[in-house]
Design a protein around this ligand. Sequence first.
Ligand code: FES
Length: 124
Amino acid sequence: MNDATGDLPLDPSTLDLEWHRVCSVREIEDEEPFFDKVGGRSLMVVRQGARIAVFDDRCPHLGASMMGAMVEDGQVECPLHGASFDASSGTVLDGPTTQDLVCHPTQIVDAQVEVGLPRPGSSS
Ligand code: FES
């Protein structure tokens, strides 16, 4: 379960989102997470072929950065204690946590990855 929303997948049309450019699709190596700070949040972008997902850069186990995470066989693994998550949805698969990664609505516009974050002051 996603601790930010309670359900996956998110329906962006029901949320009051502000879209932010994160990076170019070309900047993300396949299965090599890309990290950046956007809209005041630290984010991790994971690409597996044509599938791109954007998560908070925060492992739900102890809140550590996922910097150094391994991505393999559709899973992303925290470098600290090995929790593994579905690389598309953030659903926890194994390890010392029962919480999912926070996954954000994502869109590709003109080969740019955009993330939908709650508009400041909105309740979503
Ligand atoms: S901080 Fe990620 S598994 Fe412990």
